[in-house]
Ligand binder design. Structure first.
Ligand code: NAP
Length: 329
């Protein structure tokens, strides 16, 4: 496993992190035994960064992580693991509309209460990184929630403070980075969604902001294992994500990527992760991991050779901007 600086924050993190959404829920049947084994295996393989959220099974994911860290401490496997979690806005529009008020969706009382629950679920006295789970550009001029979070930081409850981008307006975090409001950003960046390479990632690097890349597999389709016959469990959110003609349209593009990879020695999941890691601003990529096999496959990618430059340049052609001009489901 290779390690990279987390922005300017004085520590290195594993370049493959653990995306802990599916172990919480909303991805079809998932046993806690599989989740615990996956977490242990990833940490055994040198993973030192875990991303979770309040919303991943209403604390289920956080509690499993807390359990694993306690088990490892008791077993003397005490290596430092950095845990990032997220606080969602108080109930209302998701993502927040331009008319929502920051002081209502992320009020001081709400943030204090929410952080206390995160600490209890993780069984920790301090959260390594607390990320606001979504945002609206409307709050950039007066980002009051971050003043509250800096206060919680001074009180010792939080280590670093970050934000996870709203999908429809990822660049809204650029002003927050330039203004010094956030220590890290979590961003969608993958073979399809390459827009962060236009500016966001460079600004992060310039400002010393840690970059966590999520959804490197575009919710699984970029692993190349889905087919037109793939069916998702009723409680798997991907039934909605890939509804209508979305799965078929994505699969057609995946076949083009597969052609580019023929004879290169890289599998689809390996190429998807290496493509993300090729950007120097990226601190860690957090593929979703829900079993031991995925922990091994994904952690193993770090030690593979980097994509040859010619292949990396070739793969850029798969950029796919969605949701323009009534783009269909
Ligand atoms: N708004 C936000 O802040 C936000 C939103 C989304 C995600 N995230 C974070 O980012 C993490 C990653 O995103 P994601 O989990 O949504 O999607 P992802 O990483 O694009 O896809 C993860 C899924 O791909 C499959 N997979 C993983 N490794 C594989 C491998 N080596 N070979 C074949 N299939 C593999 C697994 O699904 P199956 O086993 O079911 O096939 C896994 O659940 C999340 O876990 C979460 O921590 C944050």
């Amino acid at each position: 496993m290779n390690y990279r600086p987390f922005g300017k924050h004085g520590f290195d993190c594993s370049e493959i992190g653990f995306g802990a959404w599916a172990i919480g829920g909303s991805w079809g049947p998932q046993s806690d035994a599989d989740s615990l084994a996956a977490l242990h295996r990833a940490l055994d393989l040198g993973c030192t960064f875990i991303d979770t959220a309040a919303g991943y099974g209403d604390g289920r994911s956080e509690k499993l992580i807390g359990q694993v860290l306690r088990e490892r401490a008791e077993a003397g496997k005490g290596g430092r693991v950095f845990v990032a979690t997220k606080t969602p806005p108080a109930p209302g529009d998701w993502p927040p509309s331009p008319y929502c008020k920051a002081d209502e969706r992320y009020s001081e009382a709400y943030l204090r209460d929410n952080v206390a629950t995160r600490l209890a679920n993780l069984g920790a006295s301090k959260i390594d990184l607390l990320q606001l789970h979504t945002w609206t550009r409307a709050w950039n001029r007066n980002p009051t929630p971050f003043r509250v979070l800096r206060q919680l930081q001074r009180e010792g409850k939080l280590g670093l403070i970050g934000i996870s981008t709203p999908e429809h307006d990822q660049n809204s975090v650029i002003d927050l980075m330039r203004g010094g409001w956030v220590d890290s950003v979590q961003v969608i960046y993958n073979l399809f969604e390459q827009e962060p390479a236009a500016e966001l990632l460079d600004v992060a690097k310039e400002c010393g902001v840690g970059v966590i890349v999520r959804v490197a597999f575009d919710e699984g389709v970029l692993t190349g294992k889905f087919t037109a016959d793939t069916k998702f469990a009723p409680d798997d959110f991907r039934g909605r994500y890939f509804q209508g003609d979305r799965l078929l349209r994505a699969l057609a593009r995946v076949e083009e990527i597969r052609k580019d990879l023929e004879g290169t020695g890289y599998s689809m999941p390996q190429a998807a992760l290496k493509f993300v890691l090729a950007h120097p601003a990226v601190s860690t990529v957090i593929p979703g991991i829900r079993n031991v096999a995925q922990a091994e496959a994904n952690c193993g990618v770090s030690d593979l050779p980097n994509l040859p430059e010619a292949l990396h340049l070739k793969l850029r052609r798969h950029a796919w901007r969605r949701a323009f001009w009534y783009g269909g489901k």
